[in-house]
Ligand binder design. Structure first.
Ligand code: G3P
Length: 215
């Protein structure tokens, strides 16, 4: 089971707080032997990647050179990232940009975790052969209402869409408890993406431990 924790831009997961939370995640990953990956803000990747497997929350597909203010795959790789989220619903890309970004990351052997907001989008994105597809229904994000509970039949269809491919199915949006994780795994997913249940928790250690105990 893979637990991908998206730090987003939550204050509890930024700068020194990101380091503190990453250390908690690493400790629990070791204790439970669960693979935890953190999606850190660009500015935190260098520090967080020294603690735990880290991916960027986005990268731009442009070539290196005369671009200002963009973040290229080479830069996140040079700072320790092992991959990147692509097309998160909070940082949406065109289909053409998704394709180009996957190609750029593949050339650098960066793992590609592409987010899809609908089964229709899953069908299009799977053609680009990313390493992972994370099915996340935007309207459930940060609600605490888990996609693995209220969209179980869609999640089952999602898993079926990836059968016979090498693409690993992940789900996210509203995943908040160990039971939500268990339900996702039962539906055939290989892991979950979680943000607010951990970044906004009074006791993140307790939440991460509960989720990892479902593996
Ligand atoms: O990338 C995962 C994220 O969008 C899910 O958010 O707060 O519902 O766990 P949340």
């Amino acid at each position: 089971m893979i637990l991908l924790i998206n730090f987003k831009t939550y204050p509890s997961a930024t700068g020194k707080n990101a380091i503190k939370l990453a250390k908690i995640c690493k400790e629990i990953s070791r204790k439970t032997k669960t693979k935890i990956v953190v999606a850190a803000q660009i500015a935190d990747i260098h520090n967080i990647s020294k603690i735990i497997s880290t991916v960027s929350q986005h990268v731009d597909y442009f070539d290196q050179g005369r671009y200002t203010g963009y973040v290229l795959p080479e830069a996140v790789k040079a700072n320790g990232a092992i991959g990147s989220l692509i097309n998160h619903s909070e940082h949406k890309l065109s289909l053409d940009a998704v394709k180009k970004t996957i190609e750029r990351c593949k050339k650098l052997k960066l793992k590609t975790i592409v987010c899809a907001a609908s089964l229709k989008e899953v069908k299009k994105i799977k053609e680009f052969k990313p390493d992972y597809i994370a099915y996340e229904v935007p309207e459930l994000i940060a609600t605490g209402v888990s996609i693995s509970k209220v969209k179980a039949s869609s999640v089952k269809k999602f898993v079926k869409l990836l059968k016979g491919t090498k693409i690993v199915p992940l789900v996210g949006a509203g995943v908040s408890t160990g039971n939500d994780v268990k339900a996702a795994l039962k539906l055939g997913c290989k892991g979950v993406l979680v943000a607010s249940a951990i970044t906004k928790a009074k006791d993140p250690r307790k939440v991460v431990l509960e989720m990892c105990s479902q593996a």
